[in-house]
Design a protein around this ligand. Structure first.
Ligand code: CDP
Ligand code: CDP
Length: 228
């Protein structure tokens, strides 16, 4: 084998998953897969077509035609849906507001999960999301469940937002709380810590410290495997 492993990173919104996953992938020369971007891209696409999350039948009719591409670029990853560039659009307040509703639809999840599994077949993948350790890659060699207090997560998110004038920090805390609630309470692969995942509370950690901690878990895993 290549000696490579897969790394699953799950947790609630704004915990730092994508920032850290991207860094860890860079440090190990692995591939980063942002599964949240895939749910966001699908959401943006349905919104373009005027298909509401309640209209499951229409959503399911459209799913087979959905082509989502994650393209590594100079300043981060670019996202396109059926050939349409949507990198900026998928981070909008409109997408934020509805993504967790589309993400409850079983047929959509099934399609995205199978794409995600294909991307990880050759190992050397850092994947972040909500159900990676539990459902997408239950055999991932290293699993992390990343959290931080909701206030800290909202503060982090607020800082990087381009639409700050349209939302207050308090509103953002409520938005994040609501999305977490929907993600935790949904029936199909809800957000939860896998039994064999390591819990990492990053409230008082810098991104460097978090990335170091995960890379060191990976090194420990590989060393242990080599001596067995
Ligand atoms: O970056 P942020 O934490 O705001 O969210 P994200 O990772 O971009 O994911 C956006 C939404 O997609 C989540 O709130 C979930 O509803 C959904 N999602 C999911 O259901 N399963 C995943 N593996 C990843 C995201
Ligand atoms: O992907 P997820 O929604 O979990 O979080 P993110 O999109 O990576 O956003 C987290 C934000 O908090 C980024 O702007 C990071 O620079 C910052 N941050 C962090 O991710 N981790 C820390 N330990 C401290 C700050």
């Amino acid at each position: 084998s290549s000696g490579k492993i897969n790394i699953a990173i799950d947790g609630p919104a704004g915990a730092g998953k994508s920032t850290i996953a991207r860094r860890v992938a860079g440090m190990l020369s692995y591939i980063y897969v942002d599964t949240g971007a895939m749910y966001r891209a699908a959401t943006w696409y349905f919104q373009q077509l005027g298909i509401e999350p309640e209209d499951e039948e229409k959503v399911l009719q459209t799913v087979p035609n959905l082509v989502i591409e994650l393209i590594p670029g100079e300043d981060g990853q670019r996202v396109s849906v059926n050939g349409q560039e949507a990198t900026e659009e998928i981070r909008s307040l409109a997408v934020n507001a509805q993504v967790s509703r589309y993400a409850q639809i079983e047929g959509l999840r099934g399609r995205l999960v199978s794409l995600q599994r294909q991307m990880a077949l050759r190992k050397g993948v850092v994947m972040d999301g909500r159900d990676i350790g539990t459902t997408v890659l239950p055999d991932a060699e290293v699993k992390v469940f990343m959290t931080a207090s909701v206030e800290e997560r909202a503060r982090r998110r607020y800082k990087e937002m381009k639409e700050r004038d349209q939302i207050t920090l308090d509103q953002l805390i409520r938005d994040i709380d609501e999305r977490d609630r929907l993600d935790r309470e949904r029936e199909i692969s809800p957000l939860r810590q896998a039994e064999d995942a390591v819990l990492l509370d990053t409230t008082n950690m810098t991104p460097d410290e978090v990335a170091e901690a995960i890379v060191s878990m990976c090194r420990t895993y590989v060393r242990k495997r080599e001596t067995e």
